[in-house]
Design a protein around this ligand. Sequence first.
Ligand code: GDP
Ligand code: GDP
Length: 438
Amino acid sequence: MSKPVVAIVGRPNVGKSTLFNVLAGEMISIVKDTPGVTRDRIYADVSWLDREFTLIDTGGIEPESSDIILSQMREQAQIAIDTADVIIFITDVRQGLVDADSKVADMLRRARKPVILAVNKVDNFHKFMPDVYEFYNLGIGDPTPVSAASRLGIGDLLDTVISYFPEDKEEEEEDDRPRIAIVGKPNVGKSSIVNKLLGENRVIVSDIAGTTRDAIDTNIVHNGKEYVFIDTAGLRRKNKIKEELERYSIIRTVTAVERADVVLMVIDAVEGVTEQDAKIAGIAHERGKGIIIVVNKWDAIEKNDKTMREYEKKIRTVLSYMPYAEIMYVSAKTGQRLPKLFDMIDMVIENQTLRIATGVLNEIMTEAVAMQQPPSDKGKRLKLYYITQVSVKPPTFVIFVNDKELMHFSYTRYLENKIREAFGFKGTSLKFFIRERK
Ligand code: GDP
Ligand code: GDP
């Protein structure tokens, strides 16, 4: 299920990171076996009431002069417009309204996305409220006074944020076209793959009216079936900035992955798989998306009968947390194996949405338990009562046991392998929750 994306935009020192940290609170998800992904606080998973969203801080640069500030703010705002469902534009009551605020407000107004104007550092509502009214001049609606540092007005701000989210995913359910994100380091060939796919398949203009994403997504028809490639605008841009800020490429990756069913993780065959690839792939793994590892530039390396196996071994080592992902060796230059990507995408989506009957799952679990005794501690042995699948995308299971503490990670992994032996589930992670039943 794709979560809404909320971006924070604002000048340096208005309190973006303070607000980000307050909103993210303890909700930051830490996935221990994914290297390097969550340490950097550029994005966080937040929940408020019963809604969840991905929060993004577009800031983080320390500019030296005011004209640089403005150009960086424009860039930030553009990233937010491209990627977010709701934008929080944050200003500073103590500095008052400045020219750069007005310019960014103009840009945001034209984007026709919901923008919430937060006026920060209102540590004392009595004292500062008169100054807050000045911000009506920005022409983007009512200012919401907050104090990130003293955590004032945060609840109201979050209420406003979630009021802009679509109700119960109605919109998405009507749209069952597979959504695909192409991610990877700069220069691995992402744009070349998109362009080749565009050249060899029919491209159509979306008939789903009013989607703000049309400008950045591309519809491709292959064998009579429609596929949506996400955020391809950035990839197709002719004079794309090669040295795109690391922060912005992470934001683009996170938001594209968030909206995707399947992620094509592109690796450069010439360069081989790297730690940076592991970090990017981790974003998709963490979010439970379908994943295909695409080794591109396969034309450019010398090959013998062992080459593929050697590549696979290396990739499985570096991306050890996603053994379930299939690997494809392609060339955007020659087009080799690119059409096969569509079959693979279909298969991964099927597996992401596969539901296994409870009876069958319990048979597998009973057999697995008989073959390998569950762990025990201090004379107490783990008992597994029941397993059931509770959701899809990714397939998620609940196992009821006598004592959660006794359930080792390795035993869960063992059960996962047994389920995979029976059903494959290629291309998707599986999630397990352990519950106690006394
Ligand atoms: P950023 O550059 O926009 O990310 O801003 P920061 O979050 O780093 O905050 C800049 C400065 O403003 C820091 O010294 C914060 O402590 C301070 N600050 C942030 N929020 C508030 C607030 O609500 N009230 C006051 N008085 N100061 C704040
Ligand atoms: P991106 O930054 O990931 O979008 O990468 P580009 O699509 O811009 O490609 C980077 C460079 O790799 C360009 O010079 C491409 O011509 C080259 N390239 C991309 N795909 C292939 C391929 O399959 N084979 C070879 N030999 N070169 C490729």
